[in-house]
Write a protein of this length. Structure first.
Ligand SMILES: C[S@@+](CC[C@H](N)C(=O)[O-])C[C@H]1O[C@@H](n2cnc3c(N)ncnc32)[C@H](O)[C@@H]1O
Length: 287
């Protein structure tokens, strides 16, 4: 069987299984297996696959048809160009979260340029470590901390730190929110992509998300706002006056989260849209 045969047959198969963008999926799996760039496949359509490659691809395609996420099959994802390992213990970082990461780096850079020293940042609910690691890689004078309630997620985040030679740059903490945060570690920046899916909506999500992202990474409580409510009060104790709170928002949550943070402790500065023009990032300052 040639590369093109595999693409055609697998595209049909994945399409029948309800997989989104089936041709792209098989191309990415093929490229991974053959250690080629995806576009190089187009120059290799007539290449005949070895029995070993075919067997591996059959297993990949079957599992993808069972709606196992592509990123779990290939074992990694690119976040802001950084390669991160992923598995069922962490949320697969999403492209829209890169906005949050870039905004944080921009603000920290401006603070540094304005002469600020000893800046400290916390990634609340770090999962794969994507936000903390990107900040650590870009802002070498900032002390970076990462927190998660899940020990398994933290193991993965630490592994990603080693993989990107950032293990000496991030301190990892296991904890339920900021309930046991050291009051001595006041923060200039708190960044979070918290769980924000309303509990009842989880069962209607795509199988790749519903069955393979950790429930703890998705479940935002009955109205999806539990963590924003928690952060509005918890974070105000630890973020320094003038410090920044950067939060990713779920669909349609902008007004509610703005209202939750419009207290005497916080000033909501902006709600920024994502690439699909949906309100996605809330920027607030501590009074
Ligand atoms: C939506 S995921 C975000 C992961 C990663 N920051 C990202 O953007 O891809 C939310 C994370 O919050 C963590 N989490 C859930 N409840 C928590 C809690 N009470 N305290 C700390 N972390 C929590 C989950 O384990 C999960 O890793």
């Amino acid at each position: 069987m040639t590369v093109l045969d595999v693409i055609q047959r697998s595209t049909d198969y994945l399409s029948k299984k309800g997989v989104d963008s089936p041709r792209l999926q098989i191309e990415l799996l093929l490229a991974h297996q053959l250690k080629l760039r995806r576009l190089q496949l187009y120059l290799n359509f007539d290449r005949v696959l070895t029995a070993g490659d075919l067997e591996a691809l059959r297993a990949f395609v079957t599992r993808r048809g069972e709606r196992v996420p592509l990123q779990h099959l290939v074992g990694s994802v690119s976040f802001c160009g950084m390669e991160l390992g992923v598995g069922p213990e962490v949320l697969i970082p999403r492209p829209e979260t890169e906005m949050l990461a870039e905004r944080a780096v921009k603000w920290l850079g401006e603070r540094k340029d304005a002469g600020a020293t000893g800046l400290r940042a916390l990634d609340y609910g770090t999962g794969s470590g994507c936000l903390a690691l990107w900040i650590a890689s870009k802002c070498d004078s900032v002390e970076v901390h990462a927190l998660d309630i899940s020990a398994a997620a933290l193991e993965r985040a630490k592994d990603n730190a080693r993989r990107n030679s950032l293990d000496s740059r991030v301190t990892f903490h296991e904890g339920d929110g900021l309930s046991s945060w050291d009051p001595g570690l006041t923060l200039d920046l708190l960044i979070s992509n918290p769980p924000y899916i309303p509990t009842e909506e989880i069962s209607s999500l795509e199988p790749e998300v519903r069955d393979f992202d950790p429930r703890q990474a998705l479940d935002g409580g009955p109205d999806g706002l539990t963590f924003y409510r928690r952060l509005a009060s918890e974070a105000s104790e630890f973020v320094r006056p003038g410090g920044l709170l950067l939060l990713e928002l779920g669909d349609g949550q902008g007004d509610s989260v703005r209202a939750l943070l419009s207290t005497e402790k916080w000033v909501v500065e902006a709600i920024l849209p994502d690439y699909s023009a949906r309100p996605r990032v809330l920027v607030a300052h501590r009074h």
